[in-house]
Design a protein. Structure first.
Length: 392
């Protein structure tokens, strides 16, 4: 039987909201943190707690029980080492395992909600939304449950969306169509946003002196500058990309950002390149580096694509059997909207850059990127604050 829900909070006590994230990749936590920061800055009525789902479901992590390393750790190691070819086939047995553990997952989450007493529950994670929703409904028939999709679409199906009455925020027209047509959610349960969640810092960027900033990094003004960025752990193909572009004769210069991966950083610094290059480790000032670049090269992650477009950078990404299943549509979306180029493998990078630098092409791509007005983090914050009054 469903419970009556938490006691109504009155007076000066703030209402409790809980945002769920995971550390598998960096995007989910980054989105949750950005959304919380925007709502906190408004001094709203909400006291928001960010919760790592795996801390609640720890007793069900069979990977950690068997190997000593949790599922999040395995996922991040796989990304760092580039072992992504088996990601799509592995998803089906993973979903089967989640289904087999579904009863226990629901009980753990229900107990967690009774202890925390939230009045709003928001998921920024895939795979577990059936059980999060079920646990919320067992805890209360008044508390809204919302899923904020941090990918461009629900691919493969039922990664983000389920056939259940809930709220959902979608960052692309395709995700909206999926929620409405495939999962039959009513229109008033769907928020169509103008993009993916970005950190507030991307809206607070101050103009920089591009020539001075380039000179400070040992780079030249007036020479096309490619930013090579593959997330917080970098990626092995960065060295090959750098060598190919160095030997291309295209008159380029490079910024190679390797994140936390110091082993990769050392390898990149040892490269003997024929073009000006700056090798950069982890920094929180990514927007500044994007401001002085002309285009970006990287993986088709929703966060990196959205950040680049916010800084008016066209993007070159790869898409092939090694690409994570949920990121393949991102590459398709880039080409559909003429905001970037897609290569099948990095052996094609020289041809892609040559095409981008053809007369008038880079200017056109930059103009289209400048036309993307992504205000999703603010749109979602506004929307979430209305949900309790609209009902569960």
């Amino acid at each position: 039987m469903e419970g009556p829900g938490p006691a109504r909070i009155t007076g000066d006590v703030r209402r409790k909201a809980e945002f769920f994230y995971v550390e598998a990749g960096g995007g989910h936590k980054s989105a949750a943190t950005a959304l919380k920061a925007v709502m906190d800055a408004r001094q709203s009525e909400w006291d928001i707690t960010l919760t790592n789902l795996n801390h609640v479901l720890g007793p069900t992590d069979v990977f950690k029980a068997v190997t000593g390393r949790g599922l999040e750790d395995w996922y991040n190691w796989m990304l760092k080492e580039g072992w992504t070819l088996g990601a799509a086939p592995a998803m089906r047995p993973m979903h089967l395992l989640i289904w087999l553990l579904g009863g226990k997952l629901t009980r753990l989450l229900e107990a967690h909600f009774h202890a925390r007493q939230p009045e709003l529950v928001v998921s920024l994670i895939p795979h577990f939304n059936r059980y999060l929703h079920r646990a919320v409904r067992r805890y209360s028939n008044r508390v809204p449950f919302a899923t904020v999709i941090t990918d461009f679409a629900d691919i493969p199906p039922r990664v983000w969306l389920e056939r259940q009455l809930q709220y959902v925020a979608c960052g692309t027209a395709k995700a909206v169509r999926q929620a409405r047509d495939e999962y039959r959610l009513p229109e008033d349960r769907i928020l169509a946003t103008s993009g993916m969640i970005l950190r507030p810092s991307f809206y607070e960027v101050q103009p920089v002196d591009r020539a001075a900033e380039r000179a400070r990094l040992g780079l030249k003004n007036g020479v096309p500058l490619a930013l090579v960025l593959f997330g917080g752990e970098g990626a092995r193909p960065m060295a090959d990309i750098a060598r190919r572009l160095s030997d291309s004769g295209l008159g380029l210069q490079l910024i190679l950002m390797y994140g936390h991966n110091e082993k990769l950083g050392a390898r990149l610094r040892e490269l003997k390149l024929r073009v000006p290059v700056h090798v950069q480790g982890f920094t929180s000032d990514v927007p500044r580096f994007m401001q002085i670049a002309d285009f970006m090269i990287g993986k088709p992650g929703p966060g990196s694509i959205s950040e680049a477009l916010a800084m008016r950078l066209p993007v070159i990404v790869d898409c092939n059997a090694w690409t994570m299943p949920q990121e393949r549509y991102n590459a398709e979306w880039l080409e559909e909207n003429r905001l970037g180029l897609v290569v099948k493998n990095w052996r094609e990078i020289t041809a892609a850059v040559s095409r981008l630098l053809a007369p008038g092409e880079l200017e056109g791509y930059c103009a289209r990127a400048a036309g993307v007005n992504n205000r999703a983090v603010f749109e979602i914050a506004d929307w979430l604050e209305t949900l309790p009054a609209r009902g569960a």
